[in-house]
Design a protein. Structure first.
Length: 130
């Protein structure tokens, strides 16, 4: 994969992070109330074919529901590997959706420095997340 497609994938993930985080919170609440209705049982009799397994269904549902939680956590951990300046830029640019001009003024940067920090952050995040 080339750098541009990696950039697009990382930027898409960063831009969707606030939504993923909200979905993760909802899923965490739902999982608090998700309990198996039965457990697997073996009575010594061999059986053939597919049998409904309440515990297996519970595990599959829990696994599906926790996708956003894992993704949100991965973004948070990956952002922890960034420098403070890179982290601030990612937060403002992608999570809070500030315009570049406002970020330049807020962080006291020149335009070229902003793009260098962004490039460095995207490279690090692509290496960790992709």
């Amino acid at each position: 994969m080339n750098g541009r497609s990696n950039d697009a994938m990382v930027e898409e993930l960063l831009e969707s992070y606030p939504l993923i985080k909200a979905q993760a919170a909802i899923e965490a609440e739902e999982l608090r109330h998700l309990f198996p209705t039965c457990t697997g049982r073996y009575d010594g009799q061999p059986r053939g074919g597919e049998l409904p397994d309440g515990t297996g269904a519970y595990a599959a549902k829990r696994e599906e529901a926790s996708r956003s939680m894992r993704l949100a956590k991965a973004v948070e951990i990956a952002c922890g590997a960034l420098s403070p300046q890179e982290r601030e830029l990612v937060r403002l640019l992608y999570f809070e959706r500030w315009g570049r001009h406002h970020i330049i003024l807020h962080m006291g940067l020149r335009r070229t420095r902003l793009f260098n920090i962004r490039r460095s952050a995207l490279d690090k995040l692509a290496e960790i997340l992709l």
